[in-house]
Structures are given as structure tokens and as C-alpha cells.
Ligand binder design. Structure first.
Ligand code: MRU
Length: 351
């Protein structure tokens, strides 16, 4: 059972407790966020990361941001709440779960606008906790829906971290692997280290090893050789935003992995909840790609590995075209050969 990535401690005066993922695997330390500044910082610096976990952090972050509001009427309360949601919404642009979580909180407040502000605050906290509990159930369902894609003896490549740390519990891509193992299948996994921030080596390798799964670490540039020389049965990755046509943004390096998989006729699966789909955009061209601090590329663990003042391009995500994706595994079912029509059939209704 993975450790809780993020949870709410206490009542409406409580705070958010989360694992500081920047310190793993060397140190397992929890941080507490009590206001909008601290949760903004936690999201921005990747203490909490991974699309579903960011959605949960956004919802809980809205609660810490408004819990001390002195407003007595809904109009001024909601104005304060919008300041909180727009602040949190400026933390990271790519994972649509962030905006999904913030909108769900705003909608909840608006639906209850006739109630006293103290009551609305309590309802918002309940909603944030519900989002966390729903995410846990969704991850389990993704695992159940995807595990039949793995056979006894299957070998998988994954990229970045789409495990329990990236969600409320259990993960998306890793949920498929965890569930297959729970069903008695022996599987093995190669995890890309995932430069620049090493979510693959620091987080995925840690999670899989802790779960007793046979995991081997490779550098990102070893994936093609590994696919050529080893028996790789499939690639499974997570996603941060999936457009209406199935183009999927995920951690930088996912697109190149999909090209390598195509070249080697290896099935390429994306595992993601319905909240990661953005049906308002037709294709991946419209997905905003976060660019991060050059230091992430010029330094490893604080040590400089490049000349002073070198120009750096540091996109945190890339977009894998739907044509490279064999299927998308969701809690609502598996979408084979994803395209606008079959995505609409499974995702295009309100649950
Ligand atoms: O920058 P990160 O670490 O937040 O990026 C995370 C990813 O790209 C994950 O693969 C994605 O969010 C899916 S998590 C279930």
C-alpha cells in the first residue's frame, strides 16, 4: 500500500500534509501547508507533483486559502476565493487537473451561495476530501481496467512517475502494474531516469522497489537500445493533459519514447483519469507547455554540469500524437486507437 501523498489534517482550521517529493528517495519528509503561499510553493517546486495529485492539492489549497476569510456575504467571500484560485492556477500550466480541481471548488461554492459563509467553508473542505477519495477509487479502477494488457512475464518501460506519489493513492500507469502483480502476474519494469528532475529514478524506481516489483533503472537515452535488445512488451506512461483527439501531454521525453516504441512495434499505452482530458481543445498543439528554470538542466543535485551562462531550453512536457498511442486506459474503460470520436464516446459525458 503506497504512503499517502497528500492528506488533510484536522477540521476546517486544519492544514495540508504532503510528502516533499523533491527529497525522495534520500529523505521521507512531510511538509504542512497552511496558506495559499505555501501550497503554491509546494506545487511550483514539485514538492507535490503529478497531474492527479496537483488536482487534489489545488482543491485542498483552495480551502487553506479561504479558511481564514472574514467575509460574511457570499459575494465578497467568492471574490476572495477567486483570488486564491487564480493564484494557484498560475503555479503550473500544463496539467489540466489543476484547473479541473479549482473549477470544481468554484462550482461547489457557487452551488451553495445561499448558505452562510461558515457553512460554505465546511462544504468546500468536504469537496476537497471527496476529490481525494474519488481519486483513490479512480486509480484502482484504472489498474483493474488496464491489468489485462499485461501477461505473466510481461516487461514494461515507463517514464517519469505516474505512481502513488503522483495521485491520491496507487497511481495511473503504475496502478496497471500494481494490479497485475496483485493478480499474481510476474512483471518486470524498466524505468527511464527522466531528466532533468529524475522522477523516474528518484520516485518510480523507489515506489516499484518498495512494492517488491522487479525494476531496472535506465537513462532516458537507453530506451531505444533496451527495446532492441531486451524483450519489451509495452510502454505505459501517465498524462498531464489529453486533447479531444487523443494527443497526450506528459513529461518531456515521452514523445521520443513513443517514436521508439512505434519503430519497434511495441504497444504504447497512456493511463489517465477522465479529469486529465481537456475536450475544449481539438489537438495537442493547443496544450500549454511549461518551461522551467534553466538551473534544472545546468545542475544535477546542485552540482553544475554546464558552462556559465549557457543558453538553455527546458520544456517540462511534450505531446505524444494520438497516432503513436495504442490505447488510453481510463477509469471508464480502455480507449483503443484513440481519436475524437471514440474519446467522446467514453469521456464526453459528465459522470
Ligand atoms: O512535472 P511532473 O513531475 O508533475 O510531471 C508528472 C508527469 O508527467 C506524470 O507522468 C503525469 O502527471 C501523470 S501522473 C499520474
Amino acid at each position: 500500500m503506497p504512503l499517502p501523498t497528500i492528506e488533510w489534517i484536522g477540521g476546517i482550521d486544519g492544514r495540508i500534509k504532503l510528502i516533499d517529493q523533491t527529497l525522495l528517495p534520500n529523505e521521507l519528509k512531510y511538509v504542512y501547508c497552511d496558506d495559499k503561499e505555501s501550497i503554491f510553493h509546494a506545487i511550483k517546486t514539485l514538492m507535490v507533483r503529478g497531474a492527479p495529485a496537483i488536482g487534489i492539492a489545488a482543491a485542498m489549497g483552495t480551502v487553506v486559502g479561504i479558511k481564514n476569510s472574514k467575509s460574511e456575504d457570499f459575494e465578497s467571500f467568492f471574490k476572495e476565493m477567486k483570488e486564491v484560485t487564480s493564484c494557484l492556477g498560475s503555479s503550473r500550466p500544463t496539467a489540466v487537473n489543476l484547473f479541473w480541481g479549482l473549477k470544481r471548488m468554484e462550482d461547489t461554492a457557487q452551488k451553495n451561495s445561499q448558505k452562510p459563509v461558515s457553512e460554505i467553508k465546511r462544504i468546500l473542505l468536504d469537496e476537497a476530501k471527496t476529490i481525494l477519495e474519488e481519486d483513490k477509487a479512480i486509480c484502482r479502477k484504472i489498474g483493474e481496467n488496464g491489468e489485462s494488457l499485461l501477461e505473466d512475464g510481461s516487461c514494461v518501460i515507463t517514464h517519469c512517475n505516474a505512481g502513488g506519489l503522483a495521485t491520491g493513492d496507487y497511481g495511473t500507469a503504475l496502478a496497471v502494474m500494481f494490479t497485475a502483480v496483485e493478480k499474481g502476474k510476474r512483471i518486470s519494469v524498466y524505468t527511464d531516469e527522466t531528466r532533468p528532475l529524475l522522477q523516474g529514478s528518484r520516485l518510480t524506481a523507489w515506489e516499484l522497489k518498495n512494492a517488491g516489483i522487479d525494476v531496472t533503472l535506465i537513462c532516458d537515452n537507453m530506451a531505444a537500445h533496451t527495446m532492441k535488445r531486451k524483450k519489451i512488451d509495452c510502454v505505459i506512461v501517465g498524462a498531464d493533459r489529453i486533447a479531444a483527439n487523443g494527443d497526450a501531454a506528459n513529461k518531456i521525453g515521452t514523445y521520443s519514447l513513443s517514436i521508439i516504441a512505434k519503430e519497434h512495434n511495441v504497444p504504447f499505452y497512456v493511463a489517465a483519469p477522465a479529469s486529465t482530458f481537456d475536450l475544449s481543445i481539438a489537438s495537442g498543439d493547443e496544450i500549454p507547455i511549461e518551461e522551467r528554470n534553466p538551473d534544472e538542466v545546468t545542475k544535477i543535485a546542485g552540482n553544475k554540469i554546464a558552462p556559465d551562462d549557457i543558453k538553455v531550453f527546458n520544456p517540462a512536457f511534450d505531446v505524444t500524437p494520438a497516432s503513436n498511442i495504442t490505447a488510453i486506459i481510463t477509469e471508464r474503460g480502455v480507449i483503443n486507437s484513440p481519436n475524437t470520436e471514440n474519446i467522446k464516446n467514453i469521456i464526453g459525458y459528465k459522470s
